[in-house]
Design a binder for this molecule. Structure first.
Ligand SMILES: Cc1cc2nc3c(=O)[nH]c(=O)nc-3n(C[C@H](O)[C@H](O)[C@H](O)COP(=O)(O)OP(=O)(O)OC[C@H]3O[C@@H](n4cnc5c(N)ncnc54)[C@H](O)[C@@H]3O)c2cc1C
Length: 482
């Protein structure tokens, strides 16, 4: 049998494309190397500890203006999970802020909160929020301005105001001086205009719902199978996939290939000429940042130690300017010292998350890069990671006294874990870095230049849940229109 499309990788982008195509009557076959579907959008247990692999927040897909709305509806999963309001976008503490500031996940409430906290910056706040409103509803991106330039235009050297609006910049990139303003503006605008949401019970529920939609549409999803080779022909391709240990090779014939795995991982499966063509997609672009994610299981709810919001951006004392955020990304290359990275802390018990407890889950995320870690000797890697965990816990204990003594379980994923678990080049979590387009480089699309070969992942659009789902939808639309 020849499939209409074989999808390599069951991350959000691949599953979304597969579900839409299957529901439109196309024969699809999804190959995933891990033990479960979802890629980064996975949740699992380590002993008693519930680990959410990625999701802190995504913009509310129930808002008809949200980029995910129509796509998830067509994939048949918009109402298959519960999108829980996170209450606020974030609380930010430390850095140049003398006292904590809470940013609501509502455009008007956020504008008023910022204006009241920074009355000297009211004109800048008004101009910025007018722009967020437009950007939230738009898929257009123009200009060459960076986040740092746009915020300096709005706030001058008021670094506290900049951090109050953009302390969650890691949702797209770590370096405000390089981050393309329209990408940040659209992501933040959607969170503010549509509201921020968590998926009740964890991101695995969305991924599993998408896989169910694929199967209900007659498609196949196989797990623990690695795509190992793509042989292209004039009218399609033959894809070889095997068990994780390389045994049991099988082939599947298809008219089209949809790549959800990272671009380099896909290129390795192709003969040299098409591999070079595929790599042209990456030409002129940089890979995105990676992230570390520490999950702490506490004997008592985090609020009992003073964690006061669902999501808190903790800016370290050395960070006096927003554009220093990226300095935190390379800290883990060294032994822990005086400087801690900027951290994002999420208390899943603060909302109706249905995250199982006890232990009560506190997720701690920060910017990371693969070069911070070496896989040459895994014992050395684990020892250094342990020392960083101890240092971060000591730091958290200064801010939330008593929290260190309440830890009963933990898990710590680094950029190396992202590389290994997702087969993600360089541990990149968002595909390409969202930088201003340089000469001749246009924003990425699902088209690869290889006939019949498309991308449904962050590499086919922008990063995050919205980016992956939007790329999956765009990829399915291209195929359906052919
Ligand atoms: C710690 C962390 C926190 C995050 N927080 C947020 C957040 O709060 N909000 C948000 O919007 N985004 C967040 N993200 C980003 C978001 O999770 C990703 O952008 C998105 O899930 C990527 O989806 P994807 O479909 O592009 O790819 P992936 O999830 O990377 O999926 C690719 C899949 O391909 C599979 N694969 C690779 N090679 C092969 C092969 N040869 N054969 C078969 N299968 C293969 C992999 O196993 C994987 O399942 C976070 C990410 C991380 C890591």
């Amino acid at each position: 049998m020849t499939y209409d499309a074989v999808i390599i990788g069951a991350g959000l982008g691949g599953l979304t494309a597969a579900a839409i195509l299957a529901r439109a009557g196309r024969k699809v076959f999804v190959i995933e190397r891990n033990n479960s579907v979802g890629g980064a959008a996975s949740s699992y247990k380590v002993g008693d500890l519930f680990v959410e692999g990625s999701l802190h927040e995504t913009s509310n897909p129930h808002d008809p203006r949200d980029a995910k709305h129509d796509i998830l509806k067509r994939a048949g999963v918009l109402d298959a999970v519960t999108w829980v309001p996170t209450g606020t976008l974030f609380e930010v503490r430390g850095g140049p802020l003398t006292t904590p500031f809470v940013l609501p996940d509502d455009l008007e409430a956020a504008r008023v909160a910022l204006r009241d906290r920074f009355p000297e910056a009211r004109d800048g706040v008004a101009a910025l929020f007018a722009e967020f409103k437009v950007m939230a509803a738009s898929s257009e991106a123009a200009g060459a301005m960076t986040l740092a330039q746009r915020l300096t235009q709005a706030f001058g050297d008021n670094e506290a105001a900049k951090c109050a609006i953009a302390a969650n910049l890691w949702y797209t990139h770590d370096d405000a001086s390089a981050l393309w303003w329209p990408v940040f503006g659209r992501t933040q605008g959607a969170l503010l205009a549509h509201g921020a949401r968590f998926i009740q019970g964890g991101s695995q529920r969305l991924s599993s719902a998408l896989a169910r939609a694929v199967r209900a549409g007659g498609g196949q999803v196989v797990i623990r199978r690695i795509a190992t080779r793509i042989a292209l022909s004039d009218d399609g391709a033959t894809i070889t996939h095997s068990a994780k240990d390389g045994s049991d090779p099988q082939t599947v014939e298809t008219k089209r290939i949809i790549g959800n795995a990272g671009l380099d991982a896909l290129a390795e499966l192709l003969p040299s000429a098409p591999a070079a063509k595929l790599r042209e997609h990456a030409s002129g672009r940089q890979l995105s940042i990676s992230l570390f994610a520490m999950t702490l299981g506490l004997s008592k709810p985090p609020r009992e130690f003073g964690v006061s919001s669902y999501s808190t951006q903790l800016l370290p004392p050395w960070m006096t300017r927003l554009d220093q955020y990226a300095e935190g990304t390379s800290l883990m290359a060294h032994e822990p010292g005086e400087r801690m990275p900027p951290l994002s802390v999420v208390d899943y018990a603060a909302i109706d998350s249905a995250v199982p407890a006890p232990p009560h889950v506190l997720s701690v995320i920060g910017p990371d890069r693969l070069s911070n870690w070496s896989a040459d000797d895994m014992d050395t890697y684990r020892d250094k990671r342990g020392r960083w965990q101890d240092a971060i816990v000591r730091y958290l204990d200064q801010i939330y006294p008593g929290i260190a003594g309440a830890i009963v379980a933990s898990s710590f994923n680094t950029a190396l874990s992202v590389r290994q678990y997702l087969n993600a080049p360089n541990g990149a979590v968002y595909g390409y870095a969202p930088l201003p387009p340089s000469a001749g480089v246009v924003p990425p699309t699902p088209r690869t230049g290889i006939p019949g070969f498309y991308l449904a992942s962050n590499y086919g659009g922008t990063g995050g849940y919205t980016g992956a789902i939007a790329a999956g939808g765009a990829c399915a639309d291209i195929i359906l229109s052919e």
